[in-house]
Each structure stands twice: as C-alpha cells, then as structure tokens.
Design a protein around this ligand. Sequence first.
Ligand code: SF4
Length: 242
Amino acid sequence: MRARAPFGFAVETESARDDLLKSAQPTARKRETLAEKSIRAHALAARLAGLYGDVECPLIHRNTFELLIAVMLSAQCTDAAVNKVTPALFARYPDPAALANASISDIESLIRTLGLFRAKAKSLKRCAEQLIQDFAGAVPSAMDDLTRLAGVGRKTANVIRGHAFAIPGIAVDTHCRRLARRLGLTRQQDPAKIERDLARILAPPQWTGFSHRLIIHGRRVCYARKPNCAACTLSALCPSKS
Ligand code: SF4
C-alpha cells in the first residue's frame, strides 16, 4: 500500500520513506529530487518546531492595525527598538483615521530613533489614508490588497496574514533567505522566488511557523558571518554544515 509523504509525494512504505530520507541526506555529489527535498524540508520543520515551539510575534500590539504598523516599522530595525517607540505612537494615533490626519513631522518625532524614520513616517501616514479610503479603516487580508498599501511588501503581508488572519504565509527576511540557501532549499536570491521555492516543498500548514522559526534560528545559531554548526540541531540535514 502506498503511503503519502508529507507534501503529497507518494512513498511505497514507511521503510521506503526512511530510505528516502536517508538518501535525501544532502551530499555534494548527488542532486536532490523535489520529493527528497520536500521530505528533508519537513524533517527540518519538525526539528525547528521541537526546538522553538509555538512562535509568538515579538512586536507589541493590541490589534491588527497596530501589528501592521509595528511590522512596517521593523524593517531594518530590531524588534526591541520598535517596541520602545510604539506605545507612544499608538497612544497618540490609535487607529487609521487618527494616523491619516497626523502630521508627518509629528510621526517622525515619535519614531526618530528608528532607521529610515523619515521614509517610514511618510509610509505610515499614506498607509493609514489608504486603509480609510479603500478598506473602510480595516486591515485587509488578501495579499494583493495588503501589498497595495504604502510600505507593505510581501514579507510584511505574510507576517500580517500569518499572525492576524491565520493564513499560511512564508515571510522571507534576511535570516530566512540566508538559512533557506544554506540549507539547500533554494538557490534563489530574490525573496519572492525563495518564497515560491519553499512553498513548493512544504505543506501550507508549515509555512508560517517554518519561516518564523528559521528567522529565530538565524538569530540564535546560524549567524550570518560565522554559523555555529557545532551547536546546530539541523546539522545532519544541512549541506552547508562545517
Ligand atoms: S549546520 Fe551550520 S550552516 Fe547549517 S543551518 Fe546549522 S548553523 Fe547553519
């Protein structure tokens, strides 16, 4: 009887699946098939889930509007830096209508400790105006609608969809990009293409958690300059281990 591999690839038996996983151990000599890569990706996802469990959004927020603003502010900034400025920002401008009517200079004064604060202030105001004009003041859930908003790209949209609407999405930031490449799950550089490659080998229920856990692993173990392979739980499944 045929068993189903995690993402729809047929495997004859459980032992055949084990053999396939063994054969999917990355080597420099052998090129992985898509089915092998999918099985390895699910094994990586299981290890990451065991390591980091449920992922909470580290950005302080009370509703979807505040989450959207906080994620927009987090571009090229630490979450801790964003969490320092958002309480005052949200107290002064608690909803899209208030933010749409704010002056750019006042928004700038509230977020000036963050990188790119001038561009971010403009985007926040314009985004709030769009929410009022096009979405009756609510944050939309569709990818096309979200990415029409000023300052919102696919990464931000996927974070919002995953955390606020429980819609599977792969958020590709610098950590996710680096790890997906080191783990041999993609050869692409472009975030949208990396997202597409990961979506092909992982089941949708894995998307949100996998990308967020990959980000955590990049911050804690698989550093950009010197990955700590000796302490890495993923090393047996990683073609880049040193
Ligand atoms: S084994 Fe090394 S390169 Fe691979 S994921 Fe772990 S830390 Fe990164």
